[in-house]
Design a protein around this ligand. Structure first.
Ligand code: S3P
Length: 173
């Protein structure tokens, strides 16, 4: 029913990977993750790439893996939070499949990210107040990209089944 490729986009903590994996398992899709592909191919964790070689290198690796994402056969493809925000990638993903923006409020993202900030190099070491400011600022820059998605789904505290239902409704409408 869906196009072969379904790209999940959104800010860190919006559930692209956690919800994506659950939806893939329950509804029988393959699941891919741009960060996992980069880690596997480059042989380093994302946090190590940032630490040893800096954000620029990581963004180059994102660019390099994009053609490969587009070649994947079928399934849900979770993209890193900054991934859609360069080089007309939203436009290109829209041409290659269905894009789904998991849209969360800054407050919800804050609560999710406070639990996992240590694994995320862009926000490690930030206290709650600084992190909230960063989320709000980043979203003003990133929303124009994320909002180009075919389906925009309010995703605060939603279950995988609810997200899947919303995706289906959006795609069929
Ligand atoms: C980033 C988000 C991360 C990861 C990297 C940079 C970003 O992915 O790609 O740390 O720029 O927002 P998640 O959105 O899966 O956490």
């Amino acid at each position: 029913m869906f196009p072969d490729k379904i790209f999940f986009v959104g800010y860190m903590g919006s559930g692209k990977t956690s919800l994506g994996k659950k939806i893939a398992k329950k509804y029988n899709f393959n699941f891919y993750d741009s960060d996992a592909i980069i880690e596997q191919q480059y042989g380093k964790k994302i946090s190590e790439i940032f630490r040893d070689e800096g954000e620029r290198k990581f963004r180059d690796l994102e660019s390099a893996c994009f053609p490969e994402l587009l070649q994947l056969q079928s399934g849900i493809i979770s993209t890193g939070g900054g991934f859609p925000c360069a080089d007309s990638r939203m436009e290109i993903m829209n041409q290659h499949g269905l894009t789904v923006y998991l849209k969360c409020t800054p407050k919800f993202l804050l609560s999710r990210l406070l639990q996992s900030s240590s694994e995320r190099p862009l926000i490690s070491g930030l206290n709650a107040e600084m992190l909230l400011q960063k989320i709000i600022l980043d979203l003003t820059i990133r929303e124009p990209y994320y909002s180009q998605a075919n389906c925009i789904i309010e995703a605060d505290a939603r279950q995988p089944e609810e997200i899947f239902e919303a995706m289906t409704k959006c795609y069929l409408s």
